[in-house]
Design a protein around this ligand. Structure first.
Ligand code: URA
Length: 196
């Protein structure tokens, strides 16, 4: 895979606007054999500065909620659909999502997780290939062909959604708990792909 060393991308030239707006490429972080992979949209300002996904306010909430269900951030892998910060935090374009897709596919193939959790509308729609009403569909599990294999995708609201709408907090927490259950990390066991 061009511009990729292991699971890390560097010096990617494919999206001119993002090459201009990024300070650095923000690669996924966490175990390379994680059972759970969380996929966000794109790095924000703090992620761009520190070179790690979900280190800002959204990341703190994700860490805290993982802890509440008995998981540490170090137990899971966290990555994004697009690895470079878009200017003024705009949504990534379809072309930018497309340009970065191969890196994400490769990461998912190598990590081979039990469950892929999509954080928000952009990753949910990008990975499921359909319109997703995230608020209504959060907690739903759907199969998708990702990283060369049929995998379980768990739709989740973006942690930042809870900052604007407090009613999303319980939805976010319940979905993270479900993620832990599906991955076999808490009581409830691990459902197989046949359980769709
Ligand atoms: N939001 C995202 O979608 N990704 C990050 O890395 C940080 C915030």
């Amino acid at each position: 895979m061009d511009h990729m060393d292991g699971l890390a991308v560097s010096d990617c030239p494919y999206c001119p606007a993002l090459v201009d707006s990024r300070s650095q490429v923000v690669n996924g972080g966490g175990p390379e054999d994680a059972d759970l992979v969380f996929v966000g949209e794109a790095p924000g300002a703090q992620e761009d500065e520190q070179g790690e996904p979900f280190v800002g306010r959204s990341g703190s909430l994700l860490d805290e909620t993982l802890r509440d269900v008995g998981l540490a951030r170090a137990d899971v892998r966290i990555t994004n659909c697009v690895r470079c910060r878009p200017p003024e935090n705009r949504d990534p374009t379809a072309e930018e999502l497309d340009n970065c897709r191969g890196y994400l596919e490769h990461e998912l193939e190598q990590v081979d997780p039990e469950v892929v959790v999509t954080l928000g509308k952009v990753p949910s729609e990008h990975l499921l290939g359909r319109d997703v009403a995230v608020t209504n569909e959060a907690g739903a599990v759907e199969p998708a062909e990702l990283g060369g294999k049929r995998r379980r995708v768990l739709i989740c609201v973006h942690p930042a959604a809870t900052f604007y709408d407090r009613s999303q907090e319980s939805t976010f927490e319940a979905t993270i708990e479900k993620a832990a259950e599906l991955a076999g990390a808490v009581d409830g066991g691990q459902a197989g792909l046949d359980d769709f």
